[in-house]
Write a protein that binds this ligand. Structure first.
Ligand SMILES: C[S@@+](CC[C@H](N)C(=O)[O-])C[C@H]1O[C@@H](n2cnc3c(N)ncnc32)[C@H](O)[C@@H]1O
Length: 274
């Protein structure tokens, strides 16, 4: 149920405070069901062509989902959901695999539906650009908000032995893996928890690779807490309405970049409005 790429996610409409996408998707499937039922009533006209109701179900659900305001990546999901479920029912797959798949997804994505932040990993290029922003010669404190498997910490931790790296991750499986990786890296710590509960004032650099949804809240929190001159760096997702201090384009995906915000310090007015 995830977008194909972060850039796609950024370009997609964002529902903040509106009806849950899950509810909209269920409504779309309901509309698809009605369309399929309608097609069954007119089966004679379709010459008894069996895939027609299924096809109609998928198409109607996919179009309805878009009309209801779901982001574009829901189109293929709504299109293939019922045909895929029926196909899986017919396939000879032991039930235990469905349970295992479900548990794996829960442990990996945890409450992504609530946070609206899926699991993506920063690539090597992003880590290189990030490294170019960090001081080589002196100690600093770095926080990765939602550190996933701890890849960013592992890449940077080995290059900046004087620095202190902290990663916070909500989802149990990535958090456990990140913890194990951090255990063998001096200066790196990972804890499982909600990053909104952390005081950002303690960090010189706060790195976020999240989604468009939490960016306004992150900006308000960073403005209130981060000290003067500290950096908030967001991979792919700019803070809406705020001009970044620096934009470092990343190779590969269109529109992907590191958005760097030098913080004015608590109490100062928001520096620059785009
Ligand atoms: C896009 S991934 C980025 C992973 C890593 N920072 C990287 O760049 O490779 C975002 C991660 O943030 C985690 N996350 C989302 N909301 C969170 C929260 N409130 N507290 C802690 N982790 C959170 C998600 O579980 C997900 O693993």
């Amino acid at each position: 149920m995830l977008p194909a790429s972060p850039a796609e996610l950024d370009a997609a409409p964002v529902h903040v405070g509106g009806p849950s996408p899950l509810l909209l998707a269920l409504s779309a499937q309901g509309i698809g069901g009605l369309a399929a039922l309608g097609s069954l009533l007119f089966a004679d006209l379709l010459g008894g062509w069996l895939p027609a109701p299924l096809l109609l179900h998928g198409l109607a659900a996919a179009v309805a989902g878009q009309r209801l305001g779901l982001a574009p990546w829901w189109f293929p999901i709504n299109l293939a959901f019922v045909p895929g479920a029926l196909w899986l029912q017919g396939a000879e797959i032991a039930e235990v695999w469905f349970l295992a798949g479900f548990l794996m997804l829960v442990l990996l994505f945890w409450n992504s539906f609530e946070t609206r932040v899926p699991l993506y990993l920063s690539n090597r290029a992003a880590c290189e650009r990030l490294a170019s922003l960090l001081p080589q010669e002196r100690s600093f404190r770095f926080l990765d908000l939602g550190c996933g498997f701890g890849g960013v910490l592992a890449r940077l931790g080995s290059r900046f032995p004087k620095a202190h790296f902290l990663g916070v991750e909500l989802a149990p499986l990535p958090a456990t893996i990140a913890r194990l990786r951090a255990a063998i890296l001096p200066g790196c710590t990972v804890c499982q928890g909600d990053f909104w509960e952390l005081p950002l004032a303690e960090f010189d650099v706060v790195y976020a690779f999240l989604s468009p949804v939490p960016m306004p809240r992150l900006w308000t929190t960073a403005l209130a807490q981060m000290t003067e001159g500290s950096l908030l760096v967001s991979n792919c997702f700019a803070v809406p309405g705020v001009a970044p201090t620096q934009v470092l384009p990343l190779p590969g995906m269109a529109h992907s970049a590191l958005y760097v915000y030098r913080m004015p310090g608590p109490g100062a007015p928001s520096p620059c409005t785009a």
